[in-house]
Write a protein that binds this ligand. Structure first.
Ligand SMILES: NC(=O)c1ccc[n+]([C@@H]2O[C@H](COP(=O)([O-])OP(=O)(O)OC[C@H]3O[C@@H](n4cnc5c(N)ncnc54)[C@H](OP(=O)(O)O)[C@@H]3O)[C@@H](O)[C@H]2O)c1
Length: 274
């Protein structure tokens, strides 16, 4: 059987790094991409992992990383759009560049990567894009997360919309909607709006920070290996599910969202923040 190859964005930490390691351990070739390859000292231990520099917002770097990966391995079978970040805070306090950057990384980034691999996948008569979304891409749950919601809802719309366009070419699309998980830098990378403040939002910000701390402390966060399992199941064909919601939090929110009218759902979620 020919060795398969996966191209992954955002492998410097968290889910991206664990996914790279899992595929390498399964015997796949891995094109692991990150913004700062010079700092990496774990993935370098694997013979079947090659590291390429990639900031997903930089179209020229996307071109270069994709070309280098294709040249190194001959063929890419699966692309995992994992790189992402979070901007939280009151919308009226967001800096203009925070707004643009949230969209640039979480939505425009995958667009850049997908566009670059489409000619390759069409030439191969197939391929798969696995887009790492969030349950925040299919539902809302907290105040002050509207920009993050916006970026992941955009990723969901992009992925679903592309389904029709890429089906004739045998190019498959998948979405993974994870909840909070352990072992990543995500909370540290959250950008809270920071320049000025409006007192009206102080309680809300404190409350949300507390909810995030509490869910981490009470063991409500998911084991990231279960998210890696979900990615692998799609890449290997074990599952053909278009959307996979991973973890207890995401699944219980989705169950509620599907069970009651949206007005009731929004009220219920807002209750937790009064
Ligand atoms: N952890 C959660 O609670 C959670 C929940 C739902 C969904 N997610 C999603 O899961 C994915 C992985 O996040 P994680 O949990 O593993 O958090 P993480 O440890 O913060 O990993 C995020 C990765 O994205 C990279 N990245 C950020 N901006 C980038 C850019 N412009 N170009 C290329 N790479 C960039 C980071 O690289 P640097 O080291 O260079 O910053 C890092 O490798 C993200 O899409 C995130 O939105 C996370």
């Amino acid at each position: 059987m020919t060795t398969k190859t996966v191209f992954i964005t955002g492998t410097s930490s968290g889910l991206g790094k664990l996914t790279a390691i899992r595929f390498a351990q399964m015997g796949w070739n891995v094109a692991a991409t990150m913004r700062t390859p010079e700092k990496e000292n774990e993935l370098t231990a694997y013979d079947n992992i090659r590291i390429f520099k990639l900031d997903v917002t930089d179209v020229e770097q996307v071109r270069s990383a994709a070309d280098q990966a294709i040249a190194a391995f001959g063929r890419i079978d699966v692309v995992v759009n994992n790189a992402g970040m979070g901007t939280y805070g009151p919308l009226e306090l967001a800096r203009e560049d925070d707004i643009d950057w949230q969209f640039a990384v979480n939505a425009r980034g995958p667009i850049n990567v997908i566009r670059r691999f489409l000619p390759h996948f069409r030439a191969n008569n197939g391929g798969m894009f696995i887009n790492i979304s969030s349950f925040m891409g299919i539902t809302t749950a907290v105040p002050l997360g509207s920009l993050y919601n916006m970026s992941k809802f955009a990723l969901e719309g992009l992925t679903e919309g592309l389904y029709y366009e890429l089906k004739p070419f045998n190019i498959e699309l998948r979405l993974i909607e994870q909840g909070g998980s352990t072992g990543n830098n995500f909370r540290d990378s959250i950008v809270w709006n920071r320049d000025e403040n409006i007192k009206d939002y102080d309680d809300m910000i404190a409350n949300l920070k507390q909810v995030m701390e509490a869910s981490a402390d009470s063991g409500q966060l998911d084991d990231p290996q279960t998210i890696v399992d979900a990615i692998v199941a799609q890449a290997t064909g074990e599952s053909k599910q278009f959307r996979t919601v991973v973890g207890a939090t995401g699944n219980s929110l989705m169950a509620l969202r599907n069970a009651v009218p949206i007005e009731q759902y929004l009220e219920k979620m807002a209750e937790g923040f009064r």
